[in-house]
Ligand binder design. Structure first.
Ligand SMILES: Nc1ncnc2c1ncn2[C@@H]1O[C@H](COP(=O)(O)OP(=O)(O)O)[C@@H](O)[C@H]1O
Ligand SMILES: [Mg+2]
Length: 227
């Protein structure tokens, strides 16, 4: 069986730009001629009236696939309305999430993937609750895929990023690359923040995603294709 090259897109925090980076990366990988799949096992804050604004909608857009209910469900099988952590949002709909079933969905996706590369976007920050007794880190430990660690540049972002990197390292999980996605103003200087982060993470490939309309992730894609 051919095993798809899988990367887990992990966030140093919530709203740091995981979907933005995943979408840009998917588009860049497609430009290299690779086939790409994306998966977002769980999403909260999902508004069925505006699927185009959801992570699944944005990821489908990046793949150039139509925004149909079936495609949304295939990319993001567990969707909840409340803009809360997944277990809190699920609770409001009478659903109890389990690591076993979420990991099972991801493993089935990886097994069935017929693409060259599969990008799995995590939920929230690295240790955001995923179920009542598991965090996103527990899912990463199950999947053991190398990660694309995404951080922001808001004041305090460096600590969040270094903490996340330290936790991944201490748990034996590989960080393939770090991507810094520029936070909206007010935020400290972007270039200066990137340089500061680089000094604290020697040896890790670092990519900067500036706040431009269409950040091209070609260099990052090239790195992952060669990884
Ligand atoms: N580098 C960037 N340039 C422009 N917009 C960005 C960038 N990073 C994030 N955003 C925007 O910020 C918001 C939060 O990013 P998103 O990718 O949804 O974060 P996450 O998936 O980590 O929750 C989105 O509206 C997204 O388009
Ligand atoms: Mg997202």
């Amino acid at each position: 069986m051919r095993r798809v090259k899988t990367f887990f897109i992990a966030g140093a925090g919530t709203d740091v730009g995981k979907t933005y980076v995943t979408a840009a990366l998917a588009r860049a990988l497609l430009r290299t001629g690779r086939t790409v799949g994306v998966f977002k096992p769980v999403a909260s804050g999902y508004d069925p009236a505006r699927p185009e604004e959801s992570d699944a909608g944005r990821l489908l857009g990046a793949l150039g696939r139509p925004l149909t209910p079936d495609n949304v469900a295939a990319i993001c099988p567990l969707r909840f309305a409340a803009p809360l952590s997944p277990p809190a949002a699920a609770r409001r709909e009478g659903v109890t999430l389990s690591l076993e079933s979420i990991a099972g969905l991801c493993e089935a996706e990886i097994r069935a993937a017929e693409t060259d590369i599969l990008l799995v976007e995590g939920v929230g920050g690295l240790m955001s609750p995923l179920t009542d007794d598991a965090t996103g880190l527990d899912l990463m430990l199950r999947l053991k895929a190398p990660s694309v660690l995404v951080g922001g540049t808001y004041l305090g972002a460096i600590s969040h990023l270094l903490t996340a990197a330290e936790v991944l390292k201490s748990r034996g999980l590989e960080i393939a690359v770090v991507v810094i996605s520029e936070s909206p103003p007010p935020a400290p200087d972007f270039e200066e923040t990137i340089a500061d982060i680089g000094r604290f993470l020697p040896g890790l490939p670092l990519y900067a995603a500036g706040r431009v309309d269409d950040w091209r992730a070609d260099a990052l894609a090239g790195r992952l294709v060669g990884a």
